[in-house]
Design a protein around this ligand. Sequence first.
Ligand code: SAM
Length: 501
Amino acid sequence: MPDSLTSTLTRYYDAVPYDSHPFPQSAMEHLEALAFLFGLDTPPPAEARVLELGCAAGGNLIPFAARHPGSRSLGVDLSSVQVAQGVAAIAHAGLPNIELRAFDISEIDASFGQFDYIVCHGVYSWVPGPVQDAILRICAENLAPNGVAYVSYNVYPGWKAREIVRDAMILRGGPRDTPEEQLSYARGMLEFLEQSARADSVLKKTLEETMPIVRSANSSYLLHEFLEPCNAPCYFKEFVARAETRGLAYLCDAEPSTMFVQNYGDKVRDPLLRECGGSQLLMEQYLDFLVNRTFRQTLLVGQARARDIRYRLEPARIRALEVAGLFAAEDGGVLTLDAREQPCHAIRNLKVTLRLPVHKAVARLLDAAYPASMPAQALIAEAARLVGQPPEAVDGAVMTMLEELLILGALRFRRTPVPAAASVSGLPHALPALRSAPRWRHRPAPPPMPATNGTSPWRSRCSSAACCRCSTARARTKPWPSTWSRKCRATGFASSRTTSA
Ligand SMILES: C[S@@+](CC[C@H](N)C(=O)[O-])C[C@H]1O[C@@H](n2cnc3c(N)ncnc32)[C@H](O)[C@@H]1O
């Protein structure tokens, strides 16, 4: 029997479905490659059994199932409205290897079986404590011995300040009747605070950081992140300690560049290496303070596997990876195979400066192949050919470059090749599952909600201007009544009163 908070959450998600789409950080191919990089072998995604907890309408799981017909996926979510949307998409796409169930996470038990990958994205911080416990219990009990679990959650210290924003939004938006009203009143509150906060205050600084998110994020995200009844961030260390009580161990972060202390400069690296005594966990907790981190995506494994984890990257493992990357010379020209220093733009807005001809050859090869991946061994052979040297002569320089780019986060990497056509034909073919995916028809709308910028490949736009799911109109901000704000400037917050809505 769900508790009252869980029932409230169900109603909330039924009324305002979450914008369900894929998250590359939680893709099974990415989790497999991460585990491998840090010393662990996991089952190949192509044949894996996958469980997603809180899968919404399956936007993350359905594309995975379509990519890997030999895998088997199960998604559970409390919201029957969202699950029904996903079930319809699966039926239209004719995918036999995925099932979505309207089910409470807390009730999952051993009878569900074991899974090679368990994914729980955007759920842990937004559910009551007993459901958080259930998530970790499932990650331990339903994970196959060589499996990997992924859990994302909001963290302190970044959320300490963001909680001020959330509290302010709830204060004005919380008591309103509809989600649309809640959001528009909450937005008005933030604009009022933005205009009125003292220049040197913590609030002003916090708003400067948060308002770009509030302005650019879609409404379903804002409602669920800032106005939902549950949002309980924790420190990274606390999360891992809780996972350990369930027999789980920390493996790594889904964004591995955040784990390497050398990415934070010498002033940080040397003292932290001394201070943390080789504890990856402690060092990452220190780093969270340094960057005021707000969100984490943590990979967990069974404790029996902890002893095999290696945070020092092994060359043999790098050599066995498929890598991909973009490298564009900053001056817009070509990368020349000489010793001239050339700054480049790489993925994730990173900048790298290349000097060695063989490094520039590698960058050129990767850039030309992107988004397809290349195996490290082929990169060595091709780069050697470009610079007119034998492969043995460039092997060391290429391997060092790949290690540095991986640490920096300037490469995407996988265990198996990522194919891509060299050019797009005049009549490109969509994936079979996409070809038979539903045409999004207009249907009676749930309570009126402003736009989601639906990025899911499973959703195409309908032609109805009135459809709440496809409209691009933004929620209108409920401004402060002008008399109220005049009063406020003159007399302060406590003495004022809202005169109209
Ligand atoms: C913020 S949404 C995230 C959805 C999806 N994972 C994503 O990131 O797009 C949280 C989801 O968790 C689901 N949820 C909350 N409590 C749950 C529970 N006890 N059992 C199953 N699903 C739950 C909600 O219905 C909602 O779809």
